[in-house]
Design a protein around this ligand. Structure first.
Ligand code: AMP
Length: 573
């Protein structure tokens, strides 16, 4: 760590005008309270553009991928409009999504944002016991988030009545079409009142989506996030890489990457204040000198934090975008996106903090597998490649630490201040071989410089990229192999459904452990792992799917027996 105090002219700009950025969009107090509690400091670009017209009741056609904040962009106005109405004549809003995983995620988001409004939200999807859904529908719900097949089932049974709908949202419409839901969607829309608000979000805009929008949307507002003009010249010469990692492993992955990179000073960007605080604490617990920087701190507190980073008494700054606005630290060598930024502009802005004035810079992004599309969008917009790297293993870390020790010794050998120690070497050389003396000295130096910890031994599961459908929209002109997608490189894969998820405390390593323990297959052959609240999905090569299913059925996960079967995609009717 450099400790030379460097005078810097600029500090952080104030952000008080940011405090009410959500209120400026016209959102009501209960929603603002929920957003503040979640630590959202400012709206993402899609939220800024979509919320006002949606509040006004307009139809909307939005091109945006996961990670842009699109869920809140449609959920917040829906909740607000609903709060003024309210009836028991069936749901007021229906959100159609391609997968049950998304159904669960989106309804959780509604729940979080709408908790002070008492909004009743129900996810319905195939594979879930229908009885529970019937009871919940019977009690009355305001928002239904459903996969198209199961929604149609309920409509046919007369248990889902759409006569009271004010808004229909088609989320990830391109995915729904790809999964063959076009007819189901048409049939559902026929049951919805003609006088309604319709919102369509899609990551890509093939002509089929355009056709669908022309048919079902009335004079929609059009919003496109992520295809704006490239900010040429903005992005400096920075080494850019990303690591695909499940949420649960992010702190460990961050630690490992930082250990290997050994930055002089790094800034880690998080999406919310809450995350900043949590991560700062975790990283301090792991032996880093991390400091939090967020919009909730006074100018004086922030100046102190910046001072510590400049002086080298802190090596990691954990910050939100708002808090880091205007921040300029000359020593900064690394920018880390703890989440994929919600817009390419934000990515460019963040990484612009390193690599200034010809200095070397590194930008690192930790992405969850589902955020892979957003990375591709960022690549397209910036015209620069983001290399997907493998998370360093425990062995990589050991090698790197030895390299650092060697470099430190080399430096010490070149300096001219070793004489005071000569007496020790001379007296030991009477007893021991010089080589042995040197080895013992190196060992001590090494241990003093990099005390090991248990975390150093832990292996962090690599996650594979989910199947892409980018070719429809032209694909990535730079092409490139994607490390981490080993399971697919050998051919087609199968998703295995396991009836236990987060609520049962299941972590990716439990699933990898159970599979490798029960079958002959190697952890490297396991593809993406998704853990939802109540179930998990694991991608394995077709050739071993039966073996994996049989193995897991015969064993327990977290001490419990559970359903294990082939996943039939999004819908199991
Ligand atoms: P989405 O694109 O809807 O999947 O959202 C991606 C993630 O961003 C989710 O984890 C949200 O909780 C989070 N998020 C959405 N809007 C904001 C915001 N304005 N500030 C911070 N985080 C946000």
């Amino acid at each position: 760590m450099s400790s030379a105090p460097v005078p810097t002219e600029s500090t952080i700009s104030g952000d008080s005008e940011e405090a009410n950025a959500f209120a400026d969009l016209g959102l009501r107090a209960e929603l603002l309270g929920a957003l503040a509690a979640l630590g959202y400091e400012e709206p993402t670009p899609i939220q800024r553009e979509a919320i006002p017209p949606l509040l006004a009741g307009r139809d909307l056609l939005g091109q945006a991928a996961t990670g842009t904040g699109k869920t809140a962009a449609f959920a917040l106005p829906l909740l607000q409009r609903m709060a003024t109405g309210g009836s028991n004549a069936g749901p007021v809003a229906l959100v159609l999504v391609p997968t049950r995983e998304l159904a669960v995620q989106v309804s959780e988001a509604f729940h979080r944002y709408g908790k002070d409004l008492g909004t009743r939200v129900l996810p319905i999807y195939g594979g879930q016991p229908i009885g529970r859904q019937l009871r919940a529908l019977d009690l009355g719900v305001d928002v239904v988030v459903a996969t198209p097949g199961r929604a149609l089932d309920h409509i046919a049974r007369g248990t889902l009545r759409l006569g009271g709908l004010a808004t229909v949202v088609l989320d990830e419409a391109d995915e729904m079409l790809d999964m063959g839901f076009a007819e189901d969607i048409e049939a559902i829309l026929e049951h919805a009142p003609a006088q309604r608000q319709t919102v369509l979000f899609s990551a890509t805009m093939p002509s089929r989506i355009d056709g669908m929008a022309r048919q079902h949307l009335t004079d929609p507002v059009r919003i496109q996030i992520g295809r704006q003009q490239p900010m040429a010249g903005e992005a400096p010469l920075v080494r850019q890489s990303a690591y695909l990692v499940a949420r649960a492993h992010k702190p460990a992955a961050l630690g490992r990457v930082l250990d290997v990179e050994s930055p002089t000073a790094a800034i880690v960007f998080c999406r919310s204040r809450e995350e900043v605080d949590r991560l700062t604490e975790t990283m301090n617990g792991r032996g880093y000198r991390a400091e939090a920087l967020h919009g909730g701190m006074s100018q004086e507190q922030r100046d102190r934090v910046m001072g510590r980073l400049r002086a080298g008494t802190a090596d990691l700054l954990v910050a939100t975008d708002v808090a880091a606005r205007g921040l300029d630290v000359e020593q900064l060598t690394h920018v880390v996106n703890y989440d994929v930024p919600s817009a390419p502009e934000s990515y460019v802005h963040r990484i612009g903090r390193v690599g200034r004035a010809g200095r070397e810079g590194v930008a690192i992004t930790l992405a969850e597998p589902r955020e892979h599309r957003m990375l591709k969008t960022i690549e397209r917009v910036t015209g620069q490649r983001i290399v997907i790297d493998k998370i360093p293993t425990a062995a990589d870390l050991r090698t790197r630490r030895l390299e650092l020790t060697q470099a430190a010794l080399r430096e010490s050998l070149l300096e001219d201040d070793l004489d005071p120690f000569r007496v020790i070497v001379e007296s030991l050389s009477d007893e021991f071989d010089l080589m042995e003396v040197a080895l013992a000295a190196v060992k001590l130096a090494h241990e003093a410089a990099s005390p090991g910890s248990d975390e150093d031994q832990e292996e962090i599961p690599q996650v594979a990229v989910r199947p892409q459908r980018e070719s429809r929209s032209g694909g990535d002109p730079r092409g490139g192999d994607r490390r981490g997608s080993r399971a697919r490189s050998g051919g087609a894969t199968t998703q295995v459904f396991i009836g236990l998820g987060r609520r049962a405390g299941v972590r990716p390593q439990d699933l990898v452990g159970a599979i490798t323990g029960e079958t002959g297959i190697n952890g490297r052959d396991i593809g993406s792992i998704e853990i939802a609240d109540r179930f998990s999905l694991v991608e394995v090569p077709n050739a071993v799917a039966d073996e994996v299913i049989a193995g897991l059925r015969g064993s327990t996960i977290k001490g419990r027996k559970t359903t294990v079967r082939r996943d039939r995609g999004a819908e199991t009717r």
